[in-house]
Every structure is written in structure tokens, then in C-alpha cells.
Design a protein around this ligand. Sequence first.
Ligand code: TA6
Length: 298
Amino acid sequence: MASAQISIGTGGLRKVTLRHASGASAEVYLWGATLTSYRDPTGKENIFVSPAAIFDGKKAIRGGIPLVFPQFGQPDKAMPQHGFARVSDWAVSGFYANGRAVCATFALSDNEATRAKWPHAFALEYLVKLSEDSLTTRLRVMNTGDSPFGFNALQHTYIRIPDVQKVSVRGLKDLSFQDKVTGAGPVSEPRELVDVPSFTDRVYAGARIGELDVSVEEGDVTHSRLKFSARLCASPSGAPVRSRPCDAVVWNPYEEASPGDLPPPAFKEFVCVEPGLVASAHELAPGCAVDVEQVLLP
Ligand code: TA6
């Protein structure tokens, strides 16, 4: 039987737990609408959360799928790194279940605090859809104001793996990327399999309309398959009118860049493979919306 339940989680923060009849489950904290767990029917945990993650309702949860909006990085110092979405209290805006999936939606819109940092009217909707064979997460950005705004948006997914030194990411060949560690780029990725043998921070610019299929592999084993997509919608709740290329970020800090809430050797247990609109500036017209979606297949 599918279910959706609100409870008190770590640090006294509220969370939603989705359970599917197949045994699959997911957990999403209302703090930042941060998904912190996705277990498939075998019980395998597909998402990494740092053992030192802080659940205090002040700091972004280290791990899971933090949501990045309206900025990627911190070009605007008036806003936190990666924007305010992941350090805001979201509301549960809906639950839905049918024979195939159980879903929850979460909402965040502009308020006095966000407008003080970023003077635009917006609404975010985060959809989490759990089914027997996959987890779909969709971040929808809506311009509810009367003037266009520039933004970036991304799902900062921490994929759990046994050892980052042994995995590679497939699906990025021929995409142009900026290497934020070396400063090189943009250069074209020549490899079918991109390994992550050291501190890695790369922004791959989407080049293809439609889905970007990526997989995290270790020899013959595929740990995760991910389908990234981005779409423009003519109205906040309207059907997508046009697909757009989805960018992908690959990150692992290794020991040298591990932040305090990610004490080594925790870096070994994940690779971040992140769908978003971050490789260039994006503008959203009033009354329009854009989706950044990932389908995670364990
Ligand atoms: O997605 C990669 C990245 O932008 C890196 O540059 C690094 O800053 C990482 O995000 C983590 O950022 P955070 O603010 O969560 O420590």
C-alpha cells in the first residue's frame, strides 16, 4: 500500500516519508525540500548524506538532493552560496498516489526574506514521484511577477557509491565543459567514461534537446542511471512547450576540498551528478515556468 507521512526527523526538522507498495521509499525534509533518502525495493540506499550533516534549520543539509536557486555558486554575495532555496522552509503542497506511483509536491514562493536578497516574485514547485523502478524529481521555477528575471537552477544530487576512486560517469562525451578546479575550458569532453580520480568540479553544458542519459558505472556494474531533462512552459501550470538542453555538473571534493560537514573519508562514498540550468545565464519571462527534471533508476 502506498503512503505519504509527515513526521519529525533529525534535529527536530519535519520530513515527508513516501512508501511504495513495492517496498521503495523516499524521505524529503521540508528544510530546503531536501530529499535525503531513496531506497529501491531491494532496500538499497541510492542517495548519500554526510555522516556529519547538520540538521539545524540554518545550514543546508550536506548531501541528498539540495536545490539550487536562484544562483549557482555565489556571484551575488547578497545571497547565500547556491541561493536561498536549500536554506528555506518549504511547504507540503500536495500528495498523490495511483497504482503506479506515490507523489508529494513541495512549494516555496517569494517572501519578505527572499525579496530582501532577490527582488523578484517567483514560485518553486518540487515534485517527488516514487515508483517501483525509479524516483523522479522535478524542480519547477515559475515567474509570478510582471518582469523577467535571470536565474540558475539545479538539483545537486549526491549519488551513493562504494568508492569514488573506482567509478566513472558515462553520457558526457562531446559536451563542452568548464573545469572549475583547473580553470580550463570550455573544452569538449572526449571520453565515453569520465573518471573521478581526484578533486573534480566540472560544469558540462547541455547540447542536446531532450533527455541527457547519464550513468554511474564501476566496471560491469551500473550503480545508477539518470535521465536529465529541462523544459520551458508557457505558463506556471501549463504543459511544457519546448525542451531545452540540460546541463550537468560532476563534483567530488576529495579530501582537499571537503567542507567541515563532510569529514574525510566520507568523500569516497558519493559522486555528485547534477542536472540544471547553470552553464549560462537564463532568463524567465513573466508568467512562464521552466522545469529541471531527473529520473533516477537504481
Ligand atoms: O556542484 C558543485 C559545486 O558548485 C562546487 O563548486 C562546490 O561548491 C559544491 O557545489 C558544494 O557547494 P556547497 O555550497 O554545498 O558546499
